[in-house]
Design a protein around this ligand. Structure first.
Ligand code: 4NP
Length: 155
């Protein structure tokens, strides 16, 4: 497999994208894949993931210890091979920041890689109960498996 740099992007970088990072980090252990996450907003810069997300992820064996950061259009578009948005609003924000439309080929939805779940977005769980966080993890596990399969097929 060719080395790949993958960036997961959500709004706050404290729920969905750090969870995607943690799930993929575990599933891709030992592979030449560099993984990071970022938010389109800067409300939570420096914070660890939301305690609810950390606790639900921990029950499935994923340790989330990313510190939130804001997506940086000046460096992140260039640095990463694949930039995966969690929802349509994240994708709109990324497309807006890609002013010259130079990076369209790198921008995809995380759910594009789902094989079992029939969903088009990873929904924001911030105002949901525990089931929202479990639903996010179900989608992320499915999408991460699909993403790994895609990367393996491309070699
Ligand atoms: P995330 O969730 O985008 O999955 O990290 C959110 C976290 C915080 C907020 C919104 C969504 N917020 O409004 O503070």
């Amino acid at each position: 497999m060719k080395p790949k740099k993958i960036l997961f992007v959500c709004l706050g970088n404290i729920c969905r994208s750090p969870a995607a990072e943690g799930v993929m980090r575990k599933k891709a252990a030992g592979l030449p894949i560099e993984i990071d996450s970022a938010g389109t907003a800067g409300y939570h810069i420096g914070e660890l993931p939301d305690p609810r997300m950390r606790s639900h992820a921990a029950k499935r064996g994923y340790t989330l210890n990313h510190h939130a950061r804001k997506f940086d259009p000046d460096s992140d578009f260039e640095k990463f091979d694949l930039i995966l948005a969690m929802d349509d609003s994240n994708m709109d924000d990324l497309q807006r920041m890609d002013k010259k439309k130079s990076y369209t080929h790198k921008l995809k939805m995380m759910t594009d890689f789902c094989t079992a779940k029939k969903v088009s977005e990873v929904p924001d769980p911030y105002y949901d109960g525990p089931e929202g966080f479990e639903h996010v993890l179900d989608i992320l596990e499915d999408a991460s498996d699909g993403l790994l399969q895609t990367l393996n097929n491309k070699k």
